[in-house]
Design a protein around this ligand. Structure first.
Ligand SMILES: Cc1ncc(COP(=O)(O)O)c(C=O)c1O
Length: 457
């Protein structure tokens, strides 16, 4: 065991390139290595247990270690491991497309599969550009998105992403990305800071101003998450999406609901837009569609958007080898079976109030500025001064998050995200099977570690 442990650690350090990871942080210590999972818990190389408060990376909706879902993948692999969706179909992709169409809101009934969220976002932008080219509006190519929002890392998705630090090294990016305000009410401009709905109205109207400034004839789409993840879970203010829908209709701009995180139960519905009562033109999804038992992503659109591609010599000039992979499609079907059999949406709706109330107990800590989110998706914003909402400067934030919190939370047995892409936040997005005992466990670990963090500042 200890030999295996050392050998695996050495091989990890020598050969494995981790994503978005400062490798120097592991120069003198172990690489955290998760070896198995069961329900909402995962276990490391030494057998230590962690509560997976982030569902891996907003992925493991049904929890870990579900052999029924894994076996569905294995059976499909034995029957037909691979065939492309380029010119051909295979039964599992067809069945999954039909099932997703039956679950999606309104007229979204066409599914274009990918393997990831970034590819889903790329696909939606390319679909929009070619759609407008085909329908006599070839000048529409720009995309709007919100400040600090994360929409993926491939060049197109990165151009839509609103986080300058992760874009700068890769510039120039494809042209056309335009930023609009996010819906962080905790940091709202003074003149709308006392009224959530007025703030939402202002943030939505800023979208219209951006469209007019850019020229509506140049704008193809706007990408918005139902609850914006990056920055720490910003739910939409009341009326925000209704106003955005009106603006998009008025200016002929496509509304893309980027639901890579928010779909498949995260907010207590199959799709996040249902929770807030708006109808997008495109939904992008990934992550929870398979709960991570195999990789899959995609976008859903209406007949209206597919129509120009259905006749004559027209083709959507886009595709990826592993999109709609048979094993992933079979796994997604089995995952959705679990959603139905175990009423996971019902579980989220029944317990989300208790989850919020449990996290809100942390308000008695001086470092907790705001607890925000919906469903099973929460951000806790950390502040230096609660009364003035003063945040930490870059140096303090570095010391607090990377120097202390990330390790301390992990060591205390909780996987969550300590993030400072906006202001410093801790994010929680547990498996949808969690109940009060798990909320209590999260609260207790956070209470203890945040108390130490306050002493550490
Ligand atoms: C809203 C959103 N869009 C797109 C992506 C990119 O997904 P992927 O990492 O699967 O490429 C993410 C990833 O977290 C996301 O949160």
């Amino acid at each position: 065991m200890s030999e295996d442990y050392a050998a695996l650690q050495a091989a990890a350090k020598r050969h494995l390139w981790l994503h978005f990871t400062r490798h120097s942080a592991y120069a003198d210590g172990d690489v955290p290595m998760i070896v198995r999972g069961s329900g909402p818990y995962v276990f490391d190389q030494r057998g230590k247990r962690y509560l997976d408060g982030l569902a891996g990376l907003f992925v493991s909706q049904i929890g870990h270690g579900r052999t029924d879902v894994a076996e569905a993948g294995a059976r499909q692999g034995a029957e037909l491991a691979y065939f492309p969706l380029w010119s051909y179909a295979h039964p599992r992709a067809v069945e999954l497309a039909e099932r997703l169409a039956s679950l999606a809101p309104g007229d979204l009934n066409r599914v274009f599969f990918t393997t990831s969220g970034s590819e889903a976002v790329e696909s939606a932008w390319k679909l929009a550009k070619q759609y407008f080219a085909l329908t006599g509006q070839p000048t529409r190519y720009k995309v709007l998105s919100r400040e600090i929002a994360y929409h993926g890392t491939s060049h197109g998705a990165l151009a839509i992403t609103g986080l300058p630090p992760i874009k700068i090294p890769f510039e120039p990016l494809p042209p056309g990305g335009v930023r609009v305000p996010n819906t962080n009410f905790y940091r709202a401009p003074e003149f709308v800071a006392s009224d959530w709905a007025a703030f939402g109205g202002w943030a939505a109207d800023e979208i219209e101003r951006a469209i007019e400034r850019e020229g509506a004839e140049s704008v193809a789409a706007i990408f918005l998450e139902p609850v914006q993840n990056s920055g720490g879970c910003f739910p939409p203010p009341p009326g925000y999406f209704q106003r955005v829908r009106e603006i998009c209709d008025k200016h002929g701009v496509l509304l893309v609901s980027d639901e890579v995180i928010c779909a498949f139960g995260r907010l207590g519905h199959y799709f996040g837009c249902e929770r807030y009562g708006y109808q997008p033109d495109i939904i992008t999804f990934a992550k929870g569609v398979t709960s991570g038992y195999a990789p899959l992503g995609g976008m859903m659109v209406s007949d209206r958007l597919m129509e120009p591609y259905l006749t004559g010599g027209t083709t959507f000039l886009h595709g990826v080898t592993f999109a709609g992979h048979p094993v992933s499609s079979a796994v997604a079907m089995a995952n959705l079976d679990v959603f139905e059999k175990e009423d996971l949406l019902g579980n989220v709706r029944a317990h989300e109030g208790a989850f919020r109330a449990t996290l809100e107990k942390l308000y008695d800590l001086p470092i907790v500025g705001e607890v925000r989110g919906d469903g099973y998706f929460y951000g806790i914003e950390l502040v230096k001064d609660k009364a003035t909402r003063t945040t930490f400067d870059d140096h303090e934030s570095e010391r607090l998050l990377r120097g202390f919190l990330s390790h301390a939370l992990f060591d205390a047995g909780l996987i969550c995200r300590a993030d400072d892409r906006g202001d410093p936040v801790i994010q929680l997005s547990p498996p949808l099977t969690c109940t009060q005992q798990h909320f209590d466990e999260m609260e207790q670990i956070l209470r203890s570690v945040l108390t130490q963090a306050w002493a550490h500042i």
